[in-house]
Design a protein around this ligand. Structure first.
Ligand code: TRP
Length: 471
């Protein structure tokens, strides 16, 4: 592979709009993770204490790694595989660092395979919520949808088709155009949902739940859950952000844009909480319901709301589908960009072939809800849970940790400083401290505890002491 920079500079694509990077990266970050994952984890983690810990994770681990990914991508102006290689070679290190890029491509493909099935379910729920009457029983409804492989398969196919179509249309004609359309829609729908919660929900209870810290419910698994969530929510550890960063203009300030993206992602997650919890409390549902919070509890609320629910419900599931779509394209782009830049096949062919592969793997997740419900793959997990385990628990933390280690210890400081040039020197020094010593250690801790689940018990004492300090 020849990646001499002179050859590439003329070819590399740059976002047209000044705000496109922010929109695209926020589009990637804001997804099912924010609206569905964040809220059910807040519920399980005891509300506000989880939110505080989550904010800490975003700042201490998320932000430095996001800056590192953008830096490497923009420095190299290549898709993640070649970007890691170029950044390493130019720092006088081995080109094998490209393995980090490959890990990213594989996890992107695997994540998209199940993400698409869940997103397809969200699209299906737009229609269900529009027709819902107070008579429907939402868990029966949920069992009906998940028990029908053909339905899941149909909507999974539609969703992958949309994702492939956008990516095939190019970075500017596809991604840039879509995020400029989708992100404002997403924001407006979110505001509509929050206003709805103000009118029909118990807003005060929701606010209390999200913002009055109660550390008695915190344990070591809260930290792990918050950290994993922060990572997934910011789309880190697999090259999505690195790839989008490679299309960013040199004149843009990496620190400010990262802060904006992380801020928007967090804002949307909190707005999602404000849209959902007041309703949950007003209708006496359990906030700690778990993954069924959105598909079961909320649907039952929308159906009890009558006619208003028939408008608000579909709006909510449209919001979820849009958020999922703008994330899905960022999962496919790194691998398509790799094929395109190395002229292996055209963008269109790459998008279609990779889309087909993802679509086929996704069928395993479709079956995980029904035909293969009892079949075990890794450990006692269904097929879909195994893919989630592989990506969420192994590949992503591994990728993020390696990016942090590379950026902190191997990437030439001078190159990093040049990329951060628009920022204050203190920002560079602070960033370097975090990326060298803090982020990799914390990610490694999460990683270890996921691989060896008994470990948290031993480290519990440490966390309990730590929490004691803040009480
Ligand atoms: N961040 C998205 C969400 O919150 C999911 C996502 C998109 C993602 N691209 C990613 C997660 C890359 C990890 C890595 O739903």
């Amino acid at each position: 592979m020849n990646i001499s920079s002179s050859e590439k500079i003329t070819e590399s694509v740059t976002w047209l709009g000044k705000w496109t990077f922010v929109l695209a990266a926020a589009g990637s970050a804001v997804g099912l993770g924010n609206i569905w994952g964040f809220t059910y984890r807040v519920g399980e983690g005891g509300g506000s204490a989880f939110v505080l810990i989550y904010l800490g994770c975003i700042l201490v681990v998320g932000l430095p790694i996001m800056m590192a990914e953008i830096m490497i991508g923009r420095y190299a102006q290549h898709s993640p595989v070649s970007a890691m290689k170029k950044a390493a070679l130019d720092s006088g290190k081995t080109g094998y660092w490209q393995a980090v890029g490959w890990t990213g491509l594989v996890s992107g493909i695997l994540i998209l395979s199940f993400y698409s099935v869940l997103a397809g379910m969200c699209i299906k729920y737009i229609g269900i919520a529009a027709m819902a009457t107070p008579a429907i029983v939402s868990d029966v409804q949920f069992d009906q949808v998940t028990g029908a492989p053909l339905t899941l398969f149909f909507w999974h196919s539609i969703f992958i088709g949309l994702t492939v179509a956008i990516i095939a249309s190019g970075v500017i004609g596809g991604i840039e155009r879509m995020v400029r359309l989708l992100m404002p829609m997403l924001f407006i729908l979110m505001v509509v949902m929050v206003v709805n919660a103000m009118i029909y929900g118990d807003f005060k209870a929701g606010l209390n739940y999200l913002f009055t810290p109660d550390f008695s419910k915190v344990n070591s698994s809260t930290f792990l859950s918050a950290m994993g969530q922060a990572f997934f929510s910011l789309s880190l550890g697999m090259g999505s952000i690195m790839c989008y960063g490679s299309y960013m203009r040199k004149s843009e300030n990496i620190f400010k844009t990262s802060l904006t993206v992380a801020g928007l992602d967090t804002l949307i997650a909190i707005l999602a909480g404000l849209a959902i919890f007041p309703m949950i409390f007003a209708y006496n549902m359990n906030p700690a319901e778990g993954p069924g919070l959105v598909f079961i509890s909320l649907l039952s609320i929308f159906s009890e709301m009558g006619l208003v629910g028939n408008f608000i419900g579909p709006a909510f599931f449209t919001l979820l589908s849009i958020a999922a779509l703008s994330s899905a394209i960022s999962l496919l782009e790194p691998s398509v960009a790799y094929f395109e830049e190395n002229k292996i096949v055209s963008r269109l062919t790459a998008a279609v072939i990779l889309g087909l592969i993802i679509w086929v793997i996704g069928i395993g997740s479709v079956f995980s809800f029904n035909i293969w419900e009892k079949m075990e793959f890794i450990g006692k997990r269904t097929f879909m849970d195994s893919i989630i385990f592989l990506t969420f628990d192994i590949l992503m933390p591994l990728g993020g940790m390696l990016v942090a280690i590379f950026a902190g210890w191997f990437f030439k400081p001078k190159l990093a400083m040049d990329e951060l040039s628009a920022a204050h020197v203190n920002i560079f020094t602070t960033w370097r401290f975090f990326i060298k010593f803090v982020s990799p250690v914390l990610v490694a801790a999460v990683f270890m505890s996921q691989l060896f689940p008994d470990l948290p018990d031993q480290s519990k004492d440490f966390f309990i002491t730590l929490i004691g300090l803040f009480r």
